[in-house]
Design a protein around this ligand. Structure first.
Ligand code: HXC
Length: 266
């Protein structure tokens, strides 16, 4: 796993922030966790696989504070409240919530089963609901103004042949982000989307493009000439959580090499 040992940001830019990162033990989530650790945050990982969480915790702790790791499925509201309760007992606040946990697989709509649809919508959209809903009490206590960072996708707007389930779930995430930005502005809570493009060495790129021999085609959908890196998403997540993001709420931050603009499906 790539580790972030140096950063484009000042070392203390996230000093003392309590940050929950769902799906934090691998891929984009781990990249964000590593950046947050390096920059002074107290990182809380949520994931389904205890073993992966234990490895991530061991890799991250040398970079900063103790890492809390909870084995929980974002689809469970009870599990979510149990995580939030423990974070609140330890810190009394939540400064940043990153809803990163996601599920996806390539499947044409006519072959998709109701349970396949439900699994992805439950993880991506209902999981985001669960953590937003349960975390509000903690986000209100942040002295910096709470930050919610949701991972959505430009495909929510363009549609996504072969991933209608994920595009639909992410469209819900985008709408939730915008709704909460308005409702929670009076609490000084900023709520934003990051829209990642294809990021090298992630499960998403592997299963959606590489395993299907579609990597070259996807690359040609970008304005730039290579896939992104986990650090590209991590840097955006640091920016939004830091004081540089004080006046940003309700936005879609595309970090995708221009894929949203070019994006031909053929
Ligand atoms: C068709 C499939 C399928 C596939 C699962 N299903 N994989 N259908 N093609 N490849 C169906 C199953 O048959 C089942 O329906 C239903 O989905 C639930 O499957 P389970 O395996 O029982 O569910 P579960 O164990 O909860 O797993 C959830 C999951 C899984 C979403 C299906 O893929 C997962 O855990 N993914 C997490 C990691 C991940 O997906 N990462 C990539 C994120 S990429 P039936 O009817 O048979 O019961 C991303 C965007 C990337 O978010 C953007 C790139 C640019």
């Amino acid at each position: 796993m790539a580790m972030t040992n140096s950063s484009v940001f000042k070392d203390d830019v996230l000093h003392d922030r309590v940050a929950i990162i769902t799906g934090g033990s691998s891929g984009l989530g781990f990249g964000m966790a590593a950046a947050y650790q390096t920059l002074g945050a107290h990182v809380v990982l949520v994931g389904r696989d205890s073993e992966k969480l234990a490895h991530a915790k061991a890799d991250l702790e040398p970079l900063g504070h103790e890492v809390l790791a909870f084995a929980s499925d974002v689809r469970s509201y009870e599990g979510t409240t149990a995580v939030v309760d423990q974070v609140m007992q330890k810190f009394g606040r939540i400064d940043v919530l990153i809803n990163n946990a996601a599920g996806n697989f390539h499947c044409p709509f006519e072959q998709l089963t109701p349970n396949g649809w439900r699994a992805v919508v439950d993880i991506d959209l209902n999981g985001t609901f669960n953590f937003c809903h349960a975390s509000l009490i903690g986000l209100k206590q942040s002295k910096w103004g709470g930050r919610v960072i949701n991972i959505s996708l430009a495909q929510a707007a363009s549609g996504w042949p072969g991933s209608a389930h994920a595009a639909s779930a992410k469209a819900g995430v985008t709408a939730l982000t915008r709704s909460l930005a308005v409702e929670w502005g009076p609490y000084a809570i900023r709520v934003n989307n990051i829209l990642p493009g294809p990021i090298a060495n992630t499960e998403g790129v592997k299963r959606l493009y590489e395993d299907r021999g579609q990597a070259e085609k996807e690359l040609n959908r970008l304005c730039l000439d290579s896939f992104g890196h986990t650090d590209d998403i991590a840097n955006a997540a640091v920016y939004l959580a830091s004081e540089a993001g004080n006046f940003i709420t309700g936005c879609d931050l595309s970090v995708d090499g221009g894929r949203w603009l070019k994006r031909a499906w053929v």
